[in-house]
Design a protein around this ligand. Sequence first.
Ligand code: GDP
Length: 298
Amino acid sequence: MFATLSDRLADTFKNLRGKGRLSEADIDATAREIRIALLEADVALPVVKEFVAAVKERARGEEVSQALNPAQQVVKIVNEELVTILGGETRRLRYAKTGPTVIMLAGLQGAGKTTLAAKLALWLKEQGRTPLLVAADLQRPNAVNQLQVNGERAGVPVFAPEPGNGVGDPVAVARASIDEAKRTLHDTVIVDTAGRLGVDAEMMKQAADIRDAVQPDEILFVVDAMIGQDAVTTAQAFLDGVGYDGVVLTKLDGDARGGAALSIASITGKPVMFASAGEKLTDFDLFHPDRMASRILD
Ligand code: GDP
């Protein structure tokens, strides 16, 4: 569908072999191609502008190397800059030194939190940990049941309010889950929280109250990569309203080209930690900045 950035730059640089340094006109032409590639990948405009300026700066300073042609050299610069913005190295979970590690999930309804909770639980189990899933999403009538079904598929127990106990208080459930984890010797607690269809003050307050009650070691913001530019607004709202340590991108099996990852990482300064790419519980892994950089450029 799209020409890759390297193909495009190869066209731009057709006659440049053997030049010692790229001219200002070459660099402008390059900048245009990079700009188009990033916009097509759905990267937010302010991020594109800043990024292109940084790449131009580097391209100006660099001699054309003997080993690479100019197109390859620019692609290398772009790739390195993308990887840096996406967090460089894969950022791993930090576990509590004593007591259960508490991981709290936050995000809009439909982002994929409940599915992700079970994926993360299975992944942790495979790493030799003993997770406990906590149903603190009491907003959506079916959320508790959905977590229980997914928990069963993952072979991970779910802590949930007793049925028939009225509406239930998600903060109390979350708080009680930590004692339950200590009592039943679970070393990791994954708290699924309620989202709404849009950013909403009440939802933010509930998430902040749960945060204060359970004092998470990691708060993960879960976001649907398919929502493109809206992801940035949502990411910022959750950063201001709840705060988080890392981002999980879901639905990467769709045709999203990864612009959301770059925009969120660049604007919030928070690393993308996990990627979820399908409805199966095993469609989940650590996020690899270098692989995402290639996806954005291809
Ligand atoms: P929540 O409201 O944030 O808890 O979201 P859910 O976990 O209920 O997910 C919403 C919908 O997205 C469900 O139909 C999931 O099956 C689907 N879903 C979640 N993660 C993925 C994913 O990585 N890829 C795809 N294709 N669908 C997903």
